[in-house]
Design a protein around this ligand. Structure first.
Ligand code: R1X
Length: 236
């Protein structure tokens, strides 16, 4: 029994969709046939089911890289081989307004967790084959998306030390979230494949005290990325 996610090794699919929120995991689980919640411990809700005959596991990993890393490591020990993160992120550019998507081929390691795993300079990158398949599914879905780098940061509410979002933007980064670098580094370290897609729920430069992701355009983008992730796994 894996200590944090509370599932047995071998009890999940090789194909896993991960998301931050346990509520969203439930919503994704409702899209599966014969869905069964096999564990719900801490922020980690784990659901098995089938989509177009393919066994899929859905797992929530909570907010932030350290807690998410625990989930990713134990999912891999439990049998995950291909992981798609379906997330939300803040945009850096008006070319990608709230309601559009980012497919992340890479992540800036602006988190603390991955520094405790691998040396500086080791990149956080998607699995190339999964990225191509995911983009194929996104094209079919007829959605606005950007393909590129996302910044993974730790601080959601700002303190006096500022996260250099403008520097990242000027460096070509498309937006910011809080877990993808951990997923990409851990996937490469443990020899599995991963890719991430994000619904943009606002601008990363905005005051997070005014953050309100509960808008119709954002919900529609979240539904679209769930469809895209499921379609990707149906075709992999
Ligand atoms: O990755 C970010 C974090 O999990 C995106 O949304 C959450 C914070 O609201």
């Amino acid at each position: 029994m894996l200590p944090n996610i509370q599932v047995e090794e071998g009890s999940i699919s090789e194909k896993v969709i991960v998301c931050g929120s346990p509520n969203r995991a439930k919503v994704i689980g409702e899209r599966l046939d014969h869905a069964e919640e096999i564990a719900y411990s801490r922020e980690y809700r784990i659901i098995n089911g089938y989509y177009k005959g393919e066994k899929i596991t859905v797992a929530s990993h909570g907010v932030g890289a350290p807690g998410a890393a625990v989930c990713f490591e134990e999912l891999i020990k439990a049998g995950a081989k291909k992981i798609i993160r379906v997330g939300t992120a803040g945009s850096y550019t008006e070319a990608l307004p709230p309601g559009s998507l980012i497919i992340a081929d890479s992540a800036v390691r602006a988190d603390g967790l991955t520094r405790q795993l691998v040396p500086e300079g080791v990149p956080a990158v998607a699995d190339f084959k999964m990225l191509l398949k995911l983009e194929e599914s996104a094209k079919k879905a007829n959605v606005t998306y950007g393909l590129g780098t996302i910044a993974t940061v730790d601080a959601f509410y700002a303190g006096p030390v500022k996260i250099p979002h403008m520097l990242y933007k000027e460096s070509g980064v498309l937006g910011a979230e809080m877990e993808l670098a951990a997923l990409y580094v851990i996937a490469r370290l443990r020899g599995v494949s991963a890719v991430g897609i994000f619904a943009l729920d606002g601008y990363a430069f905005a005051d997070m005290n005014d953050y309100n992701p509960h808008k119709d355009v954002v919900n529609a983008a979240i539904q679209a990325e769930i469809d895209i992730a499921l379609d990707t796994f149906a075709n992999l």
